[in-house]
Design a protein around this ligand. Structure first.
Ligand SMILES: [Zn+2]
Length: 185
């Protein structure tokens, strides 16, 4: 993970003074409306591994094709935390060309609700870092959101998507991004 690739970008209203008390154990404050934290990886990690003169990219967010590498679609990885909070990680799914075209065609149409794709996660996400090279399924949960990672036949991903992770450990990796209070002076 490179720091510059990660932001708190979200389409939802954010900012302002927190109406909730920070957690006593870790000092993080939950979203006042109980929404998941948003942490977004701006691009697939592989982009940083390609010499700029060899990098040939079509598209952008949410559809990115990288010549001689593959096809990537923006997805959300929903992670539950042990204190009831959650994080939606914006990441990328490397998919088959056919699924990429299908996603592109249906994205803004009613058929979007039935979109399903299997692919490989395109980012190393702290604190898990490198994931196994195994397929993860993405499906549409909300017509106004990009597809969510929902399941996998791989045990690591099943645990990732169904478990409740130690919140302080996960959030501390993103402490800089998640600081909610403005500077005092
Ligand atoms: Zn805490």
């Amino acid at each position: 993970m490179t720091k510059s690739n990660v932001t708190r970008a979200s389409r939802a209203k954010t900012g302002g003074k927190s109406s909730v008390e920070p957690c006593a154990c870790c000092g993080f404050a939950p979203d006042p409306n109980g929404r998941p934290f948003s942490i977004t990886f701006e691009q697939p990690d592989v982009i940083d591994q390609i010499e700029p003169e060899l990098l040939d990219v079509w598209g952008g967010d949410p559809f990115m094709a990288i010549k001689d590498v593959g096809f990537f679609v923006r997805v959300l990885m929903p992670i539950k935390l042990d204190n009831g909070w959650s994080i939606d990680f914006g990441t990328w799914l490397e998919v088959h060309a056919d699924d990429f075209r299908e996603a592109w065609k249906t994205w803004n149409f009613p058929e979007y609700k039935d979109l399903q794709m299997d692919g490989y996660i395109g980012n190393e996400v702290a604190p898990w870092e490198r994931f196994p090279h195994a397929l993860v399924k993405a499906a549409v949960r909300d017509l106004d959101q990009v597809p969510y990672l929902v399941s996998s036949e791989d045990e690591t991903f099943t645990k990732l998507l169904t478990g409740a992770w130690p919140h302080a450990e996960v959030l501390s990796k993103y402490a800089e991004l998640l600081k909610s209070e403005p500077p005092q002076n």
